[in-house]
Ligand binder design. Structure first.
Ligand code: TEU
Length: 530
């Protein structure tokens, strides 16, 4: 495909820098670690890498609390190193996507510190949502908005005013009605585009604009006071004009159940792409998956944007664990370790899901460790850092179980996450992860890593994958069968009954063995050439 269209069918690998690889041995992943592992990513065959925030941050929310968008956090490295990384990746044919967090900043950001110091009524406070409280002494928060995490959305400061934070108190929301907020973010975009970044992921993209009256939220009453406000489209149109100057692309974290509202963000002068959370949350059921795929393609077609396909990310339970449970859909409420998990089953399904996902038209996101088939790790309660855990009063285990440092080398200290003499990783790794280590999987033709590498190699070399039409074929109940391009077939059996393979010339790839009669067993997928 044309180089300026690379993103329409790209495979984009998500790096959570803190947990990818530790170059300096302090127990926290860093840019040195990523640079040393770039050949791994090149061999895997990904087109781009998306880095979750690597900016200066107190790391209260894993870096989604940014203190300075133009500085790399010293725990990760330096700006000069980031520039080297971008150039080195490009040499290997890998583009870099950075994560921009426009909805809020860290409470340590210069703007917020200045706002606190300047006091009520100051222009500094206008960059945020400061309000007096209700009640006789202003002791009640300005409104009852529900938080994106559990807990309150307002925090009171010493002088009696309250400020809004949809996430933690350490993440004050910016006031997007203020021109300085818009200007600053446009500058930040340019700052990273100037440094050779090929794209930007937009965090919480549907939340930035707020109802100016900050009216109370009433369940079921439209419009919502802070999700999907119309003003957002104006913001993204101006961002798009900047991206176009650099040939850069956007992927929005637009979490909206309504597909028409969602598609509005993907109009030709707005965002290039947005994450497909409907697919991510879809249970492992043939009918539901087929409907989700159809709906996705139908909602993208009119705006001309390619679909994206996501199985997991740094916010959700890892795929093999999710698919190994009775309720295979993603739901924060069921994210508990009390649910029994059959990891062998979950792994089989995750392998089949990988072939399904990588055969669909559009771009695909692979979250670090997904290609290793890592399960959700059980992090001891006293080691959990995710603020979601504390804010839920301990009910929610939080998201650290999918953020555990990667195992690179079996038998090495910390599975080779850092140098041998390095310190213990910031999150403890499970004891039985030797079999998941990269070196072991590289040597194993049946490993998850080998499957992903093979799938990515074929996807990149066989005509017909990528952003083109998909045609469903008649299939037995519980079986998904579709054609891509000229004579390329993907079959996924989600039933308990083995399925006959259609006549074919070659079996390109299978997620698991066929049965002795050459049929496709349950929870298995194949790519065929006919
Ligand atoms: O997540 C935004 C978000 O709203 C959802 O992920 C969800 O609300 C949350 O995970 C729990 O329901 C983004 C980032 O992906 C996440 O890691 C950050 O914590 C959050 O923004 C705040 O920046």
């Amino acid at each position: 495909h044309r180089t300026d269209d690379w993103w329409r069918d790209a495979v984009i690998y998500q790096v959570y820098p803190r947990s990818f690889a530790d170059g300096d041995g302090d127990g926290t992943g860093d840019l040195a670690g990523v640079r040393a592992r770039l050949p791994y990513l090149a061999e895997l065959g990904v087109d781009a890498v998306w880095f979750t925030p690597w900016y200066l941050s107190p790391l209260v929310d894993g870096g989604y609390d940014v203190a300075d968008y133009r500085t790399i956090d010293p725990a990760f490295g330096t700006l000069a190193e980031a520039e080297k990384l971008i150039a080195e990746a490009r040499e290997l044919g890998i583009r870099v996507i950075v994560d921009i967090v426009p909805n809020h900043v860290s409470d340590q950001h210069a703007w917020f510190r200045a706002a606190l110091a300047a006091g009520p009524g100051s222009p500094e406070r206008e960059l945020f949502h400061f309000r007096p409280g209700h009640g006789e002494n202003g002791e009640l928060p300005p409104n009852t908005w529900p938080s994106q995490f559990s807990g309150p959305t307002w925090t009171r400061v010493e002088d009696g005013e309250w400020y809004l934070h949809l996430f933690t108190p350490e993440q004050p929301d910016l006031n997007w009605a203020h021109p300085a907020v818009r200007r600053e973010h446009e500058d930040v975009l340019r700052f990273w585009f100037e440094r050779g970044v090929a794209g930007v992921r937009i965090d919480s993209a549907a939340l930035l604009a707020k109802d100016p009256a900050l009216a109370d939220f009433v369940e079921g009453v439209d419009p919502h006071p802070y999700i999907d406000q119309d003003e957002l489209h104006d913001i993204y149109r101006s961002w798009r004009a900047i991206a176009d100057e650099y040939g850069a692309v956007f992927v929005g974290e637009v979490w909206l159940p309504d597909s028409e509202r969602f598609a509005r963000y993907l109009r030709p002068d707005e965002l290039h792409t947005a994450f497909n959370f409907t697919f991510l949350s879809c249970p492992w059921e043939a009918d539901r998956l087929r409907r989700t795929i159809d709906d996705t393609l139908a909602e993208h077609a009119p705006v001309g944007a390619p679909a994206t396909w996501v199985l997991c990310n740094h916010d959700v339970t890892r795929t093999v664990t999710r698919y190994g449970r009775a309720d295979t859909g993603f739901d924060f409420a069921t994210k508990t370790f009390a649910t029994p998990t059959d990891l062998a089953l979950g792994t089989r399904r995750a392998r089949a899901a990988a072939l399904l996902t990588l055969a669909l038209p559009g771009s695909v996101y692979v979250y670090q460790g997904e290609e290793l088939g890592l399960p959700e790790a059980e992090v001891p309660l006293d080691r959990i850092e995710d603020p979601m855990h504390a804010r839920s009063g301990g009910r929610d285990p939080g998201r650290d179980g999918c953020r555990v440092p990667l195992p690179w080398t079996s038998g090495a200290p910390w599975y080779g996450f850092g140098p041998d003499a390095g310190s213990e990783p910031w999150l403890p790794q499970p004891r039985d992860w030797d079999g998941y280590a990269v070196d072991r999987q590289q040597a194993d033709g049946d490993s998850m890593l080998t499957l992903y590498r093979e799938a990515l190699r074929l996807r990149g070399s066989v005509e017909g994958f990528g952003d083109g039409p998909l045609t469903w074929l008649p299939a037995a109940e519980g079986v998904l069968a579709f054609a891509r391009g000229e004579g390329l077939l993907c079959l996924v059996n989600l039933s308990a009954t083995p399925a006959e393979l259609p006549a074919h010339e070659a079996l390109l790839l299978a997620s698991g063995p066929l049965d002795t009669d050459g049929r496709l067993p349950g929870d298995t997928a194949v790519w065929l050439r006919t």
